[in-house]
Design a protein. Structure first.
Length: 327
């Protein structure tokens, strides 16, 4: 009896003993999956900007948070498989690039929070109930700013003297590109410019769209950005160069790939802002109650080398207003 009492007392004393001096309780390490359509070479687009956003909020990667990227290398079919892989790996949040990525993530889970980035039309595409109160496990940042299409056409008209016919490369897969194209056509009617719609849905459509652009004798090109056109930006830029067609694009990546000019939302800023959503969710907020935000900053990028090749001189006012000039 005395021996049992001694053992019980020793066990209780051991359980109540304080931690060794200097020891801290183990901290939870959160895992964030990042799902993107673009290819990971030469570097995963926007990943570093998201990571910087986390660092700005005090998160330490490979310390209290781990980012696990999955890239579909341009294949829409792979997105769902990669999203399912993230779910199986037990991530706490999924950050998805574009509308297809958000749909793929939502298809495989209705419980893990999803932070979409640069989704085109979250309500119209059925991802959320409303922008103010998403109502499910999806929230994040929308790309919606349809009026930027007309603004791009105005910038192109300032740059290309005598422009009368423009080809619009777009993917009519979701509602939002329609809104952008309608804005382009509204501005085109005011400027006396004819718009030729050149549809891009699949990889095989690229050559056909390029042939149509030449057959219809367009004087310039304008793209409506989505993950598909962004993934194939080098082919689009190469075609414009070979056809000696001035072109304006919706994101800086096109200008960096050799395109003439780009105007659109700052996607890098959107990915940095996505870190705030992740931060709030990991600290207890529910995605259903986090309002969806749109782009707040836009950028104009001009490529002087491409302009010289095409024999184009940017107007002085455009040069003064550019956010970046690529020499």
């Amino acid at each position: 009896m005395e021996r049992r009492a001694f053992l019980y007392g020793s066990l209780c004393a051991g359980l109540a003993a304080p931690s060794p001096a200097g020891a801290e309780p183990a901290r939870k390490v959160y895992r964030v999956g990042l799902l993107g359509l673009a290819a990971p070479s030469p570097a995963p687009p926007f990943l570093e900007h998201f990571r910087q956003g986390l660092r700005d909020l005090g998160w330490v990667e490979d310390g209290d948070i781990v980012v696990e990227p999955r890239w579909a290398a341009g294949s829409l079919r792979r997105l769902t498989d990669l999203a399912a892989d993230l779910v199986r790996s037990g991530v706490d949040v999924i950050v998805s690039e574009g509308t297809p990525g958000a749909h793929a993530a939502r298809y495989v889970t209705r419980t893990i929070p999803i932070v979409m980035v640069a989704a085109a039309d979250p309500v119209g595409s059925g991802l959320v109930r409303s922008l103010a109160r998403p109502g499910g496990n999806v929230t994040g940042l929308s790309l919606m700013a349809p009026e930027q299409g007309g603004k791009r056409l105005e910038l192109l008209r300032e740059t290309v003297a005598g422009l009368t016919r423009v080809g619009v490369l777009w993917n009519p897969y979701t509602l939002y590109p329609w809104q952008v194209v309608e804005d382009i056509e509204r501005v085109a009617a005011r400027l006396g410019i004819t718009v030729e719609r050149l549809e891009l849905r699949f990889r095989d459509d690229l050559d056909r769209a390029f042939e149509e652009a030449l057959l219809r004798r367009v004087g310039a090109l304008l793209t409506v950005e989505d993950p598909f056109t962004l993934t194939h930006r080098e082919r689009i830029v190469d075609f414009a160069a070979q056809g000696r067609l001035p072109a304006i694009y919706g994101s800086r990546e096109f200008a960096e790939a050799g395109g003439l000019m780009a105007y659109g939302p700052d996607l890098r800023a959107l990915f940095r802002r996505a870190a705030r959503y992740v931060d709030r969710i990991l600290k207890g907020a529910g995605p259903a109650d986090l309002a969806i935000e749109g782009p707040t900053s836009f950028e104009l990028i001009l490529n002087l080398k491409a302009a010289r090749t095409l024999g184009i001189a940017f107007p002085p006012a455009l040069l003064r207003g550019a956010d970046q000039i690529i020499e």
